[in-house]
Design a protein around this ligand. Structure first.
Ligand SMILES: Nc1ncnc2c1ncn2[C@@H]1O[C@H](COP(=O)(O)OP(=O)(O)O)[C@@H](O)[C@H]1O
Ligand SMILES: [Mg+2]
Length: 304
């Protein structure tokens, strides 16, 4: 038997034992998800549980194309745990959003690194969107492919999607205006474009008819080469949805509203700008570091 094969078998045994260990410590924890996630993901969830972020993992809220979302209760209250699946993520689709974002161009182009960067990006975008005064889940913690955020719902039930909410014309108008205001704040304050905004990524707090913006992993900075195209697509999605409630606004008028800024916006966006610059700076430092490491390794191998 070749070494490679033995190594592989040893690794499989190790993985199996790691899996057993994880489940022995708390047999109810994640039992059902055993086959969905890889060992490092399960270990990470276990670490989060030891740190108190997740005391109890509740039911599955959603199984999407790239990620699963679970309800969880932790020391800080209820949360939503979004887990990107390393194995089945359609990560090619992520490329255009992440590879041209100046904050993320340094990442290595392999599947895992793209997914980790994507999770990180969603966390940072959530932070920026929060700071811009938009109703959205507060990010709590994120590592590798797991993001923990505030649970948006009531009595353990997530708020319904805009798509599923039954509206009369009056409440539709109220929600429409709040969504446009959210788009404006995302644009002029967070300096981002959502890039996947539609009735599927807006929840409705039915108590007070407030929209909640979610799913911001693909949101891009305004200097992203496709930012304008993505903004137009968002605008068209929102227009299409509200047309059935008799709301029709010219694209150019809507864009004008979204881009309108006040002094208050300028103060908030200055922070966002500074953050982008800091992120780019850190990225450059990391790049230099990596290049230096590569060079050192080359020299050690006697190459030039
Ligand atoms: N913070 C949250 N609180 C409550 N429910 C959430 C939260 N985040 C996501 N969800 C639910 O999970 C679903 C999928 O989340 P989303 O972020 O849109 O992932 P996907 O990339 O799979 O579309 C949403 O439609 C929503 O119902
Ligand atoms: Mg979504």
């Amino acid at each position: 038997m070749g070494h490679k094969k033995i190594d592989k078998q040893m690794k499989q045994i190790e993985d199996k034992r790691a899996k057993d260990r994880i489940f022995k410590k708390d047999s109810s924890f994640l039992k059902a998800e055993e086959n969905v996630f890889d060992i490092p993901t399960l270990k990470l969830l276990y670490t989060f549980s030891n740190k108190g972020y997740i005391r109890e993992l509740g039911g599955s809220i959603s199984t999407g194309k790239e990620a699963n979302v679970f309800y969880a209760a932790g020391d800080g209250g209820e949360s939503a745990v979004k887990i990107y699946r390393i194995s089945s993520a359609t990560f090619k689709a992520m490329d255009p959003y992440i590879l041209k974002d100046p904050r993320f161009t340094h990442i290595r182009h392999n599947r895992k690194d793209i997914i980790f960067a994507w999770t990180q990006k969603e966390f940072q975008n959530l932070l920026r969107i929060q700071k811009a005064g938009i109703r959205s889940p507060k990010p709590i913690v994120c590592e590798r492919n797991v993001l923990i955020m505030q649970f948006m719902g009531q009595d353990g039930i997530p708020y319904p999607l805009l798509k599923e909410t039954i509206l009369d014309d009056e409440s539709a108008r109220l929600i429409y205006d709040q969504i446009v205001e959210a788009m404006r704040r995302i644009y002029v304050r967070a300096l981002l474009v959502h890039a996947d905004l539609s009735e599927y990524n807006i929840l409705i707090d039915t108590e007070n008819m407030q929209p909640v913006i979610i799913d911001v992993g693909q949101a891009v900075t305004l200097n992203h080469p496709n930012a304008v195209e993505f903004l137009l697509r968002d605008v068209e999605n929102i227009k299409r949805f509200f047309k059935k409630y008799g709301i029709e606004e010219e694209t150019k008028d809507l864009l004008k509203r979204i881009k309108q800024r006040t002094e208050e916006d300028d103060i908030i966006s200055a922070d966002a700008e500074e953050e982008t610059e800091k992120e780019i700076e850190e990225k450059t430092e990391k790049e230099i570091e990596e290049k230096t490491e590569d060079e050192t390794a080359k020299q050690a191998r006697g190459e030039d």
